[in-house]
Design a protein around this ligand. Structure first.
Ligand SMILES: *[C@@H]1O[C@H](CO)[C@@H](O)[C@H](O)[C@H]1NC(C)=O
Ligand SMILES: *[C@@H]1O[C@H](CO)[C@@H](O)[C@H](O)[C@H]1NC(C)=O
Ligand SMILES: *[C@@H]1O[C@H](CO)[C@@H](O)[C@H](O)[C@H]1NC(C)=O
Ligand SMILES: [Zn+2]
Length: 489
């Protein structure tokens, strides 16, 4: 495929695609087959000349600049010091810090609690999310110990908020980052191997990937603009055709997306999307998106939320937009307390927490419990029965059948160490369950066997000696019957 064809497709997109619907997607041109094609890579990650309307100065009036946002985050950290922590996960291309607010009654401390993350402003020209996330953080701080939902979230969840993932794009008033790369096309993809090239990855994307690797999130959502819908995986289809592509957790995702749309002012009354939710690939397939990557590699169920038809509404509409979305955002975070199953995994012999895996029969997906607490959280749709299996190398698996009703369920698992063929217990090796650990156990086992043999031989010999002595004594007694017998009691 040559560049002129790409250009042709690009032109075509102008005529075929209504520009108002460019939200999560941007380029709705399907990626042609042959993912390794150099020009298709151009289609996916990089953006052509910005095709959206010019954002006027008047429109940006009342929105926080990047400096003002940073100040707002810092001030929040001071005002709400005892239920928050501010940290940075990296820097944008132009050096802006990617600041995160963590809200919890024990910020910065690992606990046996689920974590949720919100990411705003993935696309530079979709600034509503960054404003709403700051309003959300401040609302939580103001209503902690006053409002039951706020208190429940602060006490039971670690909520991490990244108001802007793309400060450079915001400053430039455009979708892509400073290198004009669409960050929601920059993640490693199931079908699109070009995105595996690490050198090409943008610093903003890399920051998110490292963050998710170091901090286990149970669920998350990124905020976009240009439509009004809660979008869930999968985002990509294998043949780049538009169709429903269900991920293993389709039921859980539909339930999660519905929590958002049903709690929203009018998202669920959408005429375009039934119930205000959509499967990503059914809407239009994208590749390299953040949502699918989180689900596959982060153990995190992520939604992509389109929160307003207008990407850049007048700033005086922000408070009302916050009101439209406030309950949705709170209920989504609180769903980690109100739904699903959670608990801890221990070993039966030492009662140490175990970093085990939790799977649900019929759903091809693993949830890991944490190393430190053995804590896991598994989001599941309610009113269903599930078979929950916990596995850990070196331990016997455990399976239990549950009926999950409308409330969250707490399930702890105590695993027994595996018993080997010889009938000996495998030593507790929860700190070191790799090959080396097993080898050490194996050698110890054999050493024990040798020692037993040696002791057996010694005992046999002693037995023989004692018997000999007894026989001699007996014989002596016979020879000297008059000899006084020792008194035995
Ligand atoms: C935080 O400060 C408020 C007000 O001083 C207090 O009520 C609360 O107990 C403090 N700590 C936590 C973790 O809630
Ligand atoms: C929701 O309400 C907003 C503001 O009134 C309106 O602009 C929008 O069209 C409505 N959307 C739906 C799906 O009802
Ligand atoms: C879960 O644990 C398995 C096995 O240790 C590991 O391969 C996988 O990457 C983990 N998943 C996550 C999301 O951490
Ligand atoms: Zn977007």
């Amino acid at each position: 495929m040559d560049l002129s064809f790409v250009f042709f497709l690009f032109l075509l997109s102008f005529f075929l695609i209504p520009s108002s619907t460019i939200a999560r997607g941007g380029d709705r041109i399907p990626i042609p087959s042959g993912f390794l094609d150099k020009s298709s890579e151009l289609l996916a990650r990089h953006l052509f000349e910005d095709k959206q309307r010019k954002i006027s100065e008047a429109l940006t009036d009342g929105y926080m600049s990047n400096t003002e946002l940073e100040k707002s985050v810092t001030e929040f950290g001071q005002r709400c010091a005892n239920i928050s922590r501010i940290y940075s996960i990296g820097k944008s291309v132009n050096g802006s810090p990617l600041l995160v607010i963590e809200i919890s009654d024990k910020p910065g401390k690992e606990e046996a609690e689920p974590a949720f993350k919100f990411i705003g402003n993935v696309h530079g020209d979709e600034p509503v999310g960054r404003e709403l996330l700051m309003l959300l953080a401040n609302w939580l701080c103001s209503n902690y110990m006053k409002d039951s939902l706020a208190t429940m979230i602060v006490k039971n969840v670690h909520l991490h908020i990244l108001p802007t993932m793309n400060p450079d794009g915001f400053a430039l008033r455009r979708r892509g980052n400073a290198n004009n790369v669409d960050l929601n096309r920059d993640f490693p993809d199931r079908f699109y191997p070009v995105n595996d090239v690490e050198d090409m990855r943008q610093p903003e994307t890399r920051a998110i990937m490292n963050w998710v690797k170091n901090q286990q999130f149970a669920a998350s959502a990124s905020l976009h603009g240009g439509a009004l819908v809660a979008n869930y995986p999968w985002d990509g289809s294998q043949d780049s055709r538009k169709k429903y592509v269900a991920c293993p957790d389709d039921k859980a995702f539909r339930y999660m997306a519905s929590i958002y749309s049903q709690s929203h002012y009018n998202m669920s009354s959408s005429t375009e999307f039934a119930g205000g939710i959509t499967n990503g690939a059914q809407w239009y397939p994208i590749y390299g998106g953040m949502q699918d990557w989180n689900y596959i590699h982060g153990g995190c169920l992520e939604l992509t939320l389109e929160i307003s038809d207008d990407k850049w509404p007048r700033a005086n509409e922000l408070p009302i937009l916050f009101e439209y979305n406030r309950k949705s955002m709170l209920n989504l975070v609180a769903s980690l307390v109100k739904s699903g199953i959670h608990g801890r995994t221990f070993s039966s012999d030492t009662y140490h927490p175990l970093p085990a895996s939790v799977t649900i029969n019929g759903i091809d997906y693993k949830t890991n419990s944490s190393r430190r607490f053995g804590y896991y959280y598994r989001f599941l749709a309610p009113s269903e029965s599930y078979e929950v299996m916990v596995t850990m190398p070196g331990y016997e698996s455990k399976t239990t059948r549950i009926l999950l009703e409308d409330e969250a369920m707490s399930l702890d698992f105590i695993l027994d160490p595996e018993v080997s063929d010889a009938g000996r217990q495998v030593d507790d090796c929860y700190c070191n369950c790799d090959g080396q650990g097993k080898l050490v156990v194996g050698i110890l086992g054999r050493a024990h066997l040798d020692m037993f043999l040696a002791i057996f031989v010694v005992l046999l010999f002693l037995c023989f000696l004692l018997k000999r002595k007894a026989v001699i004594r007996f014989l002596k007694r016979r020879h000297f019957p008059g000899h006084k017998r020792a008194i035995e009691v």
